[in-house]
Design a protein around this ligand. Structure first.
Ligand code: H2U
Ligand code: ZN
Length: 348
């Protein structure tokens, strides 16, 4: 019997984090009698007087939102990080290590329209969101080593409000995931004299098994080591370290590819597709970051329908991440999804 990666259990290595993943493709036919999630029917109004993100509305702490017409950024009223923190004096015990952390968190409204989502927005409006992301990296990058732009979308990701929005948290230190990616990319650069993710994209374009979408400046693929069922990685085709370094064309093409991948996601199960997404660019410090390539991760939880999600439990929490169907299958399913949003062109 010959090994077949679409049938036999195996492990795959994630060179970005240095972690392994267990793949069990033979298991995809197992019966499911577990939990299903309620899908919120998306019949939101364009303006919701009770929404704390709609223009002109009052937030829970009494602040009033601007009557904004495209995007709007405000300091999170319940920030996870604070700017002024006293220094910790004694941290000498290696078993009780503790350090102070300085930071700031903001909320980014993508559109004044309460019932919009990124894939439903015109490309020009998506471009404005990209400009805001980039401006936040410039602004916060002056004072903070790490600027994390992210979006939680959908009730099942714990998103608090359907109004289209994301967040930015900036802090003076590298958080775990970023620390791993930074070390792996640096090690690879020293060993190979080239950029890990640039080499990886070249190899993926050549193999052409996991590419979902491309335009002149960007590619979206299901990584070889994808943990989440329909996880994707968005990569620039040319070497770029951070969002603000993108030229205007690259930003326009980014808006194009974001609209296309997010439309495919929505069309996969004909729902507004939940996910956590985030940008990873080079840290804002004076060290040589030639090993970094800007990229975005999309981690959607849904597995087999609009109501069945993947759980990170059991073996995954106690041993290592695991998936059933292969990343190659996921890429094929996403490739086969239409680029016309189901709300515009409903399925038959
Ligand atoms: P989600 O992206 O998970 O939906 O979080 C939205 C953020 O909005 C959340 O961090 C903040 C919460 O602290 N928020 C305000 O800053 N003001 C409010 O009036 C409500 C929510
Ligand atoms: Zn709203």
């Amino acid at each position: 019997m010959e090994f077949d990666r679409s049938n036999h259990p195996h492990r795959r290595y994630n060179p970005l984090t240095g972690e392994w993943l267990l793949v069990s493709p033979h298991r995809t036919k197992r019966p499911w009698q577990g939990q299903t999630e309620e899908v919120a029917a998306n019949r939101q109004p364009e303006y919701d007087p009770g929404c704390y993100l709609c223009p002109g509305n009052t937030r829970s702490n009494g602040s009033i939102n601007e009557k904004y017409i495209d995007t709007f950024v405000f300091d999170n009223d319940y920030p996870a990080l604070l700017e002024d923190i006293p220094k910790i004096k004694d941290s000498s015990n290696s078993l009780f290590q503790i350090e102070s952390v300085r930071g700031i968190s903001r909320v980014i409204c993508y559109s004044p329209k309460h019932n919009f989502t990124l894939p439903e927005m015109p490309i020009e409006d998506i471009r404005k969101v990209i400009d805001v992301w980039s401006d936040q990296v410039i602004d916060l990058g002056e004072n903070y080593r790490w600027v994390q732009i992210f979006e939680n979308k959908g009730d099942i990701m714990g998103c608090s409000n359907p109004h289209p929005h994301g967040q930015v948290w900036a802090l003076n230190t590298l958080p775990n995931e970023v620390f791993k990616e930074n070390s792996s990319q640096a090690d690879y650069y020293i060993e190979n004299g080239s950029v890990l993710l640039m080499d990886y994209l070249q190899a993926e374009l050549k193999e052409n098994d996991r590419i979902v979408l491309e335009n002149d400046d960007w590619a979206v693929l299901v990584p070889f080591w994808a943990v989440w069922p329909f996880e994707t990685l968005l990569l620039p085709k040319k070497s770029v370290m951070r969002l603000p370094e993108l030229n205007s064309n690259q930003m326009d093409n980014l808006a194009d590819i974001l609209k296309r991948i997010l439309t495919k996601y929505d069309n996969l199960f004909n729902i507004s597709f939940p996910y956590t997404m985030g940008w990873h660019g080079a840290p804002n410090d004076s060290s040589d970051n030639s090993h970094w390539l800007l990229h975005a991760h999309f981690h959607p939880p849904l597995l087999r329908s609009s109501t069945v999600k993947k759980f990170m439990v059991g073996f995954e929490l106690m041993a290592e991440s695991q998936r059933d169907f292969t990343p190659e299958e996921a890429a094929e399913r996403l490739r086969n999804c239409s680029e016309v949003h189901y709300k515009i062109c409903p399925p038959e």
